[in-house]
Design a protein. Structure first.
Length: 82
């Protein structure tokens, strides 16, 4: 999520129109309507674009820990092996 926050800040300074293009692509993502959009409602309006970037950045990690029904599955990524 940190890399997304950094990318967002750089785009905000160097190429703000690109943020709108990225948002348009992310709005078509399957998780936008059923995951991210609800989370964004809890965030102040001024921070929603940044939060969307951060949610999208962690999507790959989120999808690895859920089955097709959205239930948590074994999280080997964070498991300690002793």
């Amino acid at each position: 999520m940190l890399s997304a926050a950094i990318a967002y800040q750089i785009l905000l300074q160097e190429n703000p129109p690109t943020i709108d293009k990225v948002k348009a692509v992310l709005a078509k993502h399957p998780w936008y309507a059923n995951q991210w959009q609800a989370r964004l409602q809890d965030v102040p309006a001024a921070e929603r674009d940044l939060m969307l970037f951060m949610q999208a950045a962690r999507w790959a990690d989120d999808i690895r820990t859920r089955d097709k029904g959205g239930n948590e599955i074994c999280d080997v990524h964070n498991r300690r092996f002793t």
